[in-house]
Design a binder for this molecule. Structure first.
Ligand code: SAH
Ligand code: SF4
Ligand code: F3S
Length: 439
């Protein structure tokens, strides 16, 4: 087997960052990354199973592997489908050599050694026992401007619809010292933006007991050279007021909180095992709204959960009005293996789910159209991400994570990664238009 690899990644930001660490680990083991599967000795597939569609994609791709067998290639299936399906992957796709969930990546060097020794079926599967996290100094950072740090892995919340507790192991945090050391290393590399990651990032519990999540946020925000700190995803149950206070106190902490509500109906939230009510959630929102800074709020929503009525849906629609999110990610409920909701009747027909989804998206669009107006005339710093040559615009992102397209009279366009002060001249429901301030 040639020591070259091709990797493809699906799923959430945690998975994308896992791939950065897996790539770093492979490179440390003497493997070189290639852009074309045809040139690779080892094909790695980092998978997602959050919804049925995501999982189908994986099996579709596994079938495509078939035509590549016999070329001396080896295959590794890692990530959430790997953990969920385990050794069944070998039955479905006998040409696969490694099946590993994310809670076993710290053993990758050993798995690679066994692969090179010619072993056929190597597994790294988790039984929700391990307290270990995957920490490596070998991270192949693919985003040139934003450095990701996983501070907490796994999930102990067991929402009725969700695979994550079964695919990512139990909740376990890194020490604050190790997080801060990585953050300083990232700053030394020239990054100005750091994003802290966790399935429930604010459920963070420093094993050394030195810091709360809010204190860790503040500490990362005070590292020299760091201008923006983001964190995702926050869980309402562990959302404490000191997080809002930290954002108010440290300008470097971005004025944006992603706080998925899932449903605006307390009855549905109860059935989902979210362990909070609409009122309890709205109290957290009121803390955010009471902040001195204008903190942008975004959310995830599931429609069509078993038993959801039109009335429940209307509760979600009015919650959208009450909160005034700047963006939502809404999904149709998808029954998942191993989850408690699988025993409930998936009672809402597909067309009804689609109609409910559309209803919420329409409602939200109207909210955003009005919401974004508050930025008209505002001055803000934008981090440049790229250029749109066609429209002679620079594309960037605000601290609130909004897309800002701006023009500049400077003869040389600002480089990606730099910050430019702009004034907003026009607003759309999903983006802002601005002009660079003449300095
Ligand atoms: N830990 C985070 C969410 C992680 S999963 C939280 O609790 O908020 C990302 C999103 O996928 C969830 O917020 C949820 O909206 C959606 N999701 C998870 N399981 C799903 C399922 N079975 N069907 C549809 N959407 C789902
Ligand atoms: Fe899934 Fe719930 Fe855990 Fe989020 S908190 S990852 S939705 S089980
Ligand atoms: Fe998917 Fe696993 Fe992330 S299921 S969304 S890759 S935690």
């Amino acid at each position: 087997m040639s020591k070259t690899f091709y990797i493809e990644t699906f799923g959430c930001q945690m998975n994308a960052h896992d791939s950065e660490k897996v790539i770093g680990t492979l490179e440390q083991g003497g493997y070189a990354q290639v852009d074309d599967e045809a040139d690779a000795g080892l094909i790695v597939y980092n998978t997602c199973s959050i919804r049925d569609k995501a999982e189908q994609k994986v099996f579709h791709r596994l079938n495509e592997y078939k035509r590549m067998q016999g070329e001396g290639k080896r295959f590794a299936v890692i990530g959430c489908v790997a953990q969920q399906e385990g050794e069944r992957i070998f039955e479905k796709a006998p040409y696969v050599s490694i099946v590993s969930g994310s809670a076993s990546y710290r053993n990758l060097p050993e798995m690679l050694a066994r692969l090179e020794a010619g072993e056929q079926r190597i597994t790294g599967l988790d039984d929700r026992q391990t307290d270990q996290t995957f920490e490596t100094e070998f991270v192949s950072r693919t985003n040139p401007h934003r450095g990701y740090i996983t501070i907490i892995e796994g999930c102990d919340k067991f929402c009725a619809y969700c695979v994550v507790p079964y695919t990512r192991g139990k909740e376990r945090s890194r020490t604050a010292a190790s997080v801060l050391e990585e953050a300083r290393r990232i700053a030394d590399l020239g990054y100005t933006e750091i994003q802290l990651l966790g399935q429930n990032v604010n459920s963070y519990q420093d094993p050394s007991g030195a810091m709360t999540f809010a204190e860790l946020l503040a500490a990362v925000g005070q590292i020299g050279g760091i201008r923006r700190v983001r964190f995702t995803t926050s869980h309402p149950r562990d959302f404490t007021k000191d997080i809002v206070d930290a954002i108010d106190s440290y300008e470097t902490l971005c004025d944006h909180v992603h706080l998925p509500v899932q449903s605006g109906s307390s009855a549905v939230l109860h059935a989902m095992n979210r362990e909070y009510t609409r009122e309890w959630y709205l109290e957290r929102i009121s803390w955010i709204k009471a902040a001195r800074r204008d903190i942008s709020m975004t959310s995830d929503i599931i429609v069509g959960f078993p038993g959801e009525t039109e009335r429940d849906l209307e509760d979600t629609a009015t919650l959208l009005d009450d909160v005034g999110y700047d963006a939502i990610f809404a999904f149709k409920y998808s029954p998942r293996p191993n989850t408690p909701a699988l025993t409930m009747l998936d009672s809402i027909p597909e067309q009804v789910k689609s109609a409910r989804l559309q209803h919420l998206l329409d409602r939200q669009r109207a909210i955003q159209r009005k919401n974004y107006e508050r930025h008209l005339g505002e001055e803000m710093d934008v981090m440049v991400e790229g250029h749109n040559a066609q429209r002679a615009q620079v594309i960037g992102r605000s601290s609130q994570n909004k897309t800002v397209n701006f023009t500049t009279t400077q003869p040389i366009l600002p480089a990606a990664g730099s910050y430019v002060r702009v004034r907003v001249t026009q607003v759309f429901p999903n983006s802002l238009v601005a002009e660079a301030k003449v300095v």
